[in-house]
Design a protein. Structure first.
Length: 248
């Protein structure tokens, strides 16, 4: 049986110790800890004062085309690997193999006048946190840093893992058979993204003060390997949605 157990934490408005903030919960071996990426960013102080952002000419042009704040356009330029297109209020960007409006930069759940970015080294943070649980508590846990995301053609947000540690983030099902004996040719299971979605569903999107959850009983393949976003993503040229849109 899989359990999803919320961890309620008081609002934080400046840098803090991430490991210490998560204590007080009765963790068990093989728990998977899903943490809001924004909460991690807050712990690291990855917050930008918008009034101090210097806007480039390119950002002003993009902002005018997309009817958005030039300072946000500037931050998206800095944080993105690619910018695919713009729509009113947003730039659709790719960062570290993940597509997101405004490169995941957010102005919700932060003080007015600020924007919060993704953690600078999310996989490094996830690894250090897992090792801290092992060293300090003697407990093996998996770590997922999760953010909310929009799915094409769907209303509302679900979850996505921007980083993970302690288990294989993707399960290759190719070569296995389905219920009717058909051999799977293309199927991969996004394990980390699935866990992120569980976590985001419980964390909420507004004032729940639940920046982390424990998923207990999840079936994962435990691993001490070091992972990166390349273990969880495909290139734009391989992505079925982007390829389909381009052909259309």
């Amino acid at each position: 049986m899989v359990e999803i157990l919320p961890i309620h934490i008081e609002v934080r408005k400046s840098k803090f110790d991430l490991f210490e903030s998560l204590q007080g919960f009765d963790y068990k071996d093989n728990d998977v800890l899903v943490i809001s990426s924004k909460f991690v960013s807050m712990s690291e102080g990855v917050i930008v004062t918008l009034s101090k952002v210097r806007v480039s000419k390119k950002a002003r042009i993009l902002a005018a085309k997309c009817d958005m704040d030039p300072k946000m356009a500037e931050l998206v330029l800095r944080e993105s690997d690619y910018i695919l297109k713009g729509v009113p209020g947003f730039l659709l960007a790719i960062r570290n193999g993940m597509i997101a409006p405004n490169a995941g930069i957010d102005r919700s759940n932060v003080p007015k006048g600020y924007a919060i970015l993704y953690p600078r080294d999310p996989f490094g943070t996830a690894e250090k946190l897992r090792q801290k649980f092992l060293a300090e508590l003697g407990i093996r846990v998996g770590i997922v840093l999760a953010d909310s995301r929009l799915m094409p053609t769907r209303i509302g947000t679900t979850g996505v893992a921007i980083a993970c540690d302690g288990f294989e983030p993707v399960e290759d099902l190719r070569g296995k058979k389905d219920l009717f004996g058909n051999v799977l040719k293309y199927t991969f299971k996004a394990v980390a993204d699935g866990l992120a979605t569980m976590g985001v569903a419980v964390m909420g999107e507004s004032n729940e003060s639940t920046p982390a959850v424990v998923v207990r009983g999840a079936k994962v393949t435990w691993s001490d390997k070091k992972f990166s976003w390349k273990d969880m993503a495909v290139t734009p040229s391989q992505d079925i949605y982007l390829r389909g849109v381009r052909r259309a």
